[in-house]
Design a protein around this ligand. Structure first.
Ligand code: ARG
Length: 578
């Protein structure tokens, strides 16, 4: 265990056990202004035991065995216990972290089978900026939880079923899949959708065929199913391209779209009706989960089966929950989906719990994703009002990254191929990091200039920080792996950097537990800042003596590894040279 906060927690808990028979009390270890940490437990415990907080603190300190870890233990104020770590302890832990493949992040003792459902675009419709954000945030959540040792099941809940398929299939059959129009499915699915839609709205004969096709599809007609499958497959080609360019870890095996649950909808509806949970209202089969009311104050329904016999989005999601709980035996489900669907998920989980399909031990969370806004404060769109094509957006990011890149000084010139590679990584990294660094449920304004800046909490800044560290090693004629220390602490800036490095595991755990990648971003940004202070105050290659130089190089190498690992878990690549 390297994390000081955890080490101190365990030590204080042991003392609480000995002194008061309260080994499970929360020691409430927090970073402190006056020391490294403070334990605030005495205040809460005093209340519980009916004693004075200062007395509790004194007894606690008496029993506290931290001589190896802390240089100073002091009681302050009404009963805070201030804890100052020993430099040797910090250095020793940093050294262990540096020698460890996993950077001292121990795999969790309680691995959970966790579904991370993300991306989930609709077939034959281009992903828009909203889908981009759920894709990027979801991928980071999956990566972090996996690294922490959970059994992560990635799930791309593709919107691949619904009434528009009659129209889309018929259009594909008319134009042919090898035609320019058919090829759009692989390059610009939105355009394909829009021309199918335009024909549906204007050509009566086409509309009649499209409706007939939908009936065949719903009846499972084999010929029609084949065409539908073709349509879905062509759309997958498009997704491959986008995921590939973004470095998103979703594969075809992770796709379990809405169509997958189609056969289970009937039974799901029937069971709800049989159990008396769903009732007929205005001809539709509905559940009214308690606590949800409409604008008129009346109870709000979840519609399970419409009066025409068709099933709903909610029915499909209920079947999905049953499948995941029964067949995949999940412990936790994280739905990374836009915050507009918040009510849908609240009601969905309520109904699933009523039906007994979502046992108490299973966590179901809607990890809400806030809108990405244009500079006008409205949902990000082009001037013509259409949502922006994702590929064009990424191209523009890369182009602008190129301009910014040419503006910063480089040690050595780049040839065109190398430049293009770095600029692609910077442009894509900038867009991804912008999505990740803002609390995921907050809206934010999409602003190329800000996200591509080499200053502030941005992707390029952190990428640049890793490249700068690598350049120290190049100048020193040494590989980072060869910088083995030993780490020792002399300067305050070395101490602050090493202490921050030790918090990597906790930052990951917090991000994983809350499914909030922005917490990891904040940690990495603070780490880069601590490194900058260190670098400005502590010469590395020109250190005053060999031991100091070896120690500082090891701190540089450990910072590099931690930043790189953190960025990797966010899905942001780090060019070797910038
Ligand atoms: N396909 C949906 C959309 O684009 C998102 C699916 C969300 N997931 C779910 N289980 N309902 O809006």
């Amino acid at each position: 265990m390297s994390d000081p906060q955890k080490v101190l927690t365990a030590r204080v808990q042991a003392a609480l056990g000995h002194a008061f028979g309260e080994p499970d009390a929360d020691p409430a270890i927090r970073p402190s202004q006056f020391a490294d940490f403070q334990a605030n437990v005495a205040l809460a415990l005093a209340k519980k035991l009916g004693r004075k907080p200062r007395d509790i603190a004194a007894e606690l300190v008496e029993r506290l065995d931290v001589a190896d870890v802390c240089e100073k233990v002091e009681i302050s104020g009404p009963g805070f216990v201030n804890l100052t770590l020993r430099n040797e302890w910090i250095a020793g832990r940093a050294q262990l972290m540096h020698g460890d493949e996993r950077l001292s992040v121990e795999p969790t003792a309680t691995p959970q089978t966790t579904i991370v459902e993300y991306s989930s675009p609709n077939v034959a419709k281009e992903m828009h900026v909203g889908h981009l954000r759920t894709t990027i945030v979801g991928d980071a959540i999956a990566r972090v939880l996996e690294f922490l040792g959970h059994n992560v099941v990635r799930d791309n809940h593709l919107g691949d079923w619904g009434t528009q398929y009659g129209m889309l299939i018929e259009h594909l059959l008319d134009v042919g899949e090898d035609s320019d129009e058919g090829m759009l499915l692989e390059t610009d699915p939105n355009a394909f959708y829009q021309s199918a839609r335009a024909r549906y709205d204007t050509e009566e004969e086409f509309a009649v065929r499209a409706r007939r096709r939908l009936v065949s599809l719903q009846a499972g007609d084999p010929e029609t199913m084949r065409h539908w499958q073709r349509l879905v497959d062509l759309s997958k080609v498009y997704l491959h391209t986008v995921y590939g360019r973004l470095g998103v870890t979703l594969t075809d095996d992770d796709i379990r779209g809405e169509s997958f649950y189609n056969d289970m909808l009937g039974a799901t509806a029937d069971e709800l009706a049989a159990d008396g949970i769903a009732t007929i209202s205005d001809g539709a089969l509905c559940v009214f989960p308690p606590g949800f009311t409409g604008r008129d104050g009346g109870p709000l329904p979840v519609i399970i089966r419409k009066s025409d016999g068709g099933y709903n989005y909610s029915t499909s999601d209920l079947a999905t929950i049953r499948y995941r709980v029964d067949k995949l035996t999940v412990d936790r489900m994280i739905y990374v989906v836009g915050s507009q669907q918040s009510l849908h998920f609240q009601m969905l989980f309520a109904v699933a719990r009523m039906a007994g399909w979502l046992p108490d031990g299973v966590r179901a969370e809607h990890a809400q994703i806030g809108n990405v806004l244009g500079s006008d404060g409205k949902i990000f769109r082009t001037r013509s009002g259409k949502s922006i094509k994702l590929t064009e957006l990424l191209d523009e990011a890369v182009e602008r990254a190129g301009a910014a890149f040419d503006d910063v000084p480089h040690e050595e010139p780049f040839d065109e191929v190398a430049r293009r590679e770095v600029v692609e990584a910077v442009g894509i990294g900038a867009v991804k990091y912008a999505d990740l660094s803002v609390a995921r449920d907050s809206e934010y304004v999409f602003d190329f200039d800000r996200m591509i800046s080499f200053r502030g909490n941005t992707g390029p800044y952190l990428q640049y920080a890793t490249a700068r560290i690598r350049s120290i090693f190049r100048k020193g004629g040494l590989a980072p792996e060869d910088a083995i220390g030993p780490i020792a602490i002399g300067h305050d800036a070395e101490r602050a950097l090493a202490l921050h490095l030790l918090g990597f595991g906790s930052a990951l755990e917090t991000a994983g537990e809350a499914a909030e990648p922005h917490r990891l971003c904040a940690y990495l940004f603070d780490l880069a800042s601590a490194y900058t202070t260190f670098y400005e105050n502590c010469p590395v290659l020109k250190a005053p003596d060999e031991d100091t130089r070896a120690s500082r190089l090891a701190l540089c190498a450990l910072t590099l590894r931690t930043l790189s690992k953190g960025l990797e878990l966010l899905g942001v690549t780090t060019p070797e040279r910038m």
